[in-house]
Design a protein. Structure first.
Length: 115
């Protein structure tokens, strides 16, 4: 049962961008819950240099079957040239929570079409 659930992670430079991504994913029923944490400090390579930036971290709770639409939605909104969009499997979780999450992601609630 838990193999179908994922947590998608993305980071944004601005809190407003993270909030816009969360709003879109929730409204499209592609995520049941999204937490935004920050600011956090990120250190990374970018175009040959080590960069440091304050960012906002989004934890997106969803299902594997929604990943392609989540990625598409994030890329449409995200201002980064190459945004971080990674998914981690949820290997265990509260049965009650996962039942709730699955109910929020039902195809019929998304209208059968992800826009």
């Amino acid at each position: 049962m838990t193999e179908e659930y994922i947590q998608v992670i993305t980071t944004c430079e601005k809190k407003e961008d993270a909030e816009q991504i969360a709003k879109n994913l929730i409204e499209k029923r592609l995520a049941g819950c999204i937490q935004i944490l920050g600011p956090i400090l990120s250190t990374y390579w970018w175009k040959g240099s080590v960069e440091r930036a304050e960012e906002w971290l989004c934890f997106i709770k969803s299902k594997k079957s929604c990943f392609a639409d989540i990625e598409k939605t994030i890329k449409k909104i995200h201002p980064y040239e190459i945004p971080e969009i990674i998914a981690l499997p949820i290997v265990q979780g509260s049965k009650d929570y996962l039942t709730w999450l699955g109910g929020e992601l039902e195809e019929k609630k998304r209208g059968g079409v992800n826009k």
